[in-house]
Design a protein around this ligand. Structure first.
Ligand code: NAD
Length: 495
């Protein structure tokens, strides 16, 4: 069957329920960007234009921050009870559910997320709002401390103020929802800056929030590039920055935030390892490892891009894993059978090819792939690529590639596996596979990473997510995700 990929993407963008292609959302209104900025979106499958999107500049950031500040100081959102705010969050979740199919399609139309992958995950956007709505429903009890020596103190959790939420292109709606739902429950006003590659999902969230009755100015959405983002980060009226993106950009954002002691959460890159222990059930393990080693062409921060295997079983595991990757269907992201589509841009395609060349030059062995996909010469495709015999200090073993490239690395014993797993600057995700749950858990405890799966892979809104080392500072999700937008304020009460 032939899928007219760019045509399908263009149809999705043309049928959007609001003026998202040329308006930004500030103070409850749909406005043309002050900078007059606009950009053309192209299909990653064939390079054809599929629609357009607004591109905000510094003046739009200023207007959005002003609206957010005004709403925070003069509006009543920050003064409502948690339970009242939770009701609006639940209404936003309901709207996101009503728009779920569109949200999944937008993911495919803008950045070529395979439609099966997008449909499987997109429900998390509403789930996150539901989770924080549930948390907020019972948060209004005062936090009291009674001292053995006499006396009491009370702690309030105040909203930090205006929160700038800067998100990457790869999972735009879900990542925005993780931070926005927590910020809104805390009572903050939000300025969301989606990335230029996937600018429209934030505007869809704004549409849902407006339908749900969120007051004007509490959520403002201004898609823009890094220059606009930096203007937002530097803005003196922004109290909190929640940044999700690359480690390099996160370092810059963290430095700028530190200059004025703005609060800052950084959710950054990863180089996560799946460790197969010598007793692992290989077939069962591969059911989780194969889809999560190259999800969305490896463009997911959590991807398990290093597979650590005991020398005693290296040949058997490498062969089975390579066979499974060879069987992945590469093709049109709109085809429900497609498991690996194009990568986000020609620039990213070249960057990945650069890593593959560097891997070969390091002495690592290409077991599978390594080239372009001949069937799609106009698309930004990279063959699913598996390397073995990888030197531990090779760039392909140390750096985040963000493409369908995986290193299979051998280890001596459990201690050696932990040493290799901990040998990169990152620490975002991981997985351990073992027939012995206690042994697997002991291994998980030794790997310095923010989250892990034992014999599986999972991510849930209830559970804090984030990184050790250069994978970031702070957490999204769970109670920690809410605390990231709150300032504790303590009062010692008269005896
Ligand atoms: P990126 O760092 O290039 O951009 C991320 C966002 O930051 C974009 O909106 C961009 O416009 C903005 N930006 C870039 N430089 C900025 C600056 N100096 N000041 C302010 N804003 C700036 O990342 P990307 O290519 O969009 O996304 C891929 C990266 O994101 C990967 O490294 C991936 O691992 C990471 N990521 C991390 C998580 C996580 O939860 N830890 C989740 C998804 C993606």
């Amino acid at each position: 069957m032939v899928f007219a990929s760019s045509q399908r993407s263009a149809e999705v963008l043309a049928a959007l329920p609001g003026p998202f292609q040329d308006r930004v959302f500030i103070d409850g209104e749909w406005l043309a960007p002050k900078s007059g900025g606009s950009q053309v979106l192209v299909s990653q499958f064939d390079g054809r234009p599929v629609g357009k999107a607004p591109a905000s500049g510094p003046a739009d950031m200023d207007a959005a921050v002003l609206a957010a500040r005004h709403a925070f100081e003069r509006g009543n959102w920050s003064r409502r009870s948690f339970a009242e705010r939770a009701q609006v969050l639940a209404a936003i979740a309901a709207q996101l559910r009503q728009h779920q199919q569109l949200a999944g399609d937008l993911w495919t139309a803008q950045v070529a997320a395979p439609v099966g992958f997008a449909n499987y995950l997109i429900g998390q956007a509403a789930e996150v709002f539901d989770y924080y709505a549930g948390l907020g429903a019972s948060m209004d009890q005062p936090e009291l401390h009674t001292f053995a020596t006499g006396g009491t103190a009370r702690v309030w959790r105040e909203p930090m103020g205006v929160a700038a939420i800067i998100t990457p292109w790869n999972a735009p709606l879900i990542l925005l929802c993780y931070s926005a739902a927590a910020a809104l429950l805390a009572g903050c006003s939000v300025v969301s800056k989606p990335s230029p590659e996937s600018p429209l999902d934030g505007l869809l969230l704004a549409h849902c929030a407006q339908l749900a009755g969120l007051p004007p100015g509490v959520l403002n959405v201004v898609p823009g590039d890094a220059v606009a983002g930096e203007h937002l980060v530097r803005h003196p009226e922004v109290n909190k920055i929640s940044f999700t993106g690359s480690t390099a950009a996160g370092q810059r954002v963290g430095m700028l935030a530190a200059e004025r002691v703005a609060r800052c959460t950084l959710e950054l890159g990863g180089k996560s390892a799946a460790i197969l222990l010598d007793d692992a059930d290989l077939d069962a393990a591969l059911k989780h490892i194969v889809p999560m080693s190259m999800p969305f062409s490896g463009q997911i921060c959590f991807a398990l891009t290093r597979i650590l295997v005991p020398h005693s079983r290296a040949g058997e595991i490498l062969e089975a894993y390579t066979d499974a990757v060879r069987a992945l269907q590469v093709g049109d992201p709109w085809d429900p059978q497609t498991q690996v589509g194009p990568v986000v841009s020609a620039r990213q395609q070249q960057r990945i090819q650069g890593y593959i060349q560097a891997g070969k030059a390091s002495g690592a062995r290409v077991v599978l792939g390594g080239g372009a996909v001949d069937a799609y010469p106009h698309g930004f495709f990279v063959q699913p690529t598996v390397f073995a015999d990888v030197p531990e200090d090779a760039s392909i073993a140390q750096e985040e590639i963000f493409g369908p490239v995986v290193c299979v690395q051998g280890y001596e014993d459990d201690a050696d596996a932990i040493r290799i797993a901990n040998s990169t600057p990152y620490g975002l995700n991981g997985a351990v596979f073992s027939a012995d749950v206690e042994r697997g858990l002991r291994m998980v405890r030794e790997v310095r990473t923010g989250s892990s799966g034992l014999n599986l892979f999972d991510v849930r809104p209830e559970v804090p997510t984030g990184g050790f080392g250069q994978s970031g500072i702070g957490r999204v999700g769970g109670l920690e995700g809410l605390r990231a937008f709150q300032e504790p304020k303590s009062v010692y009460l008269p005896r």
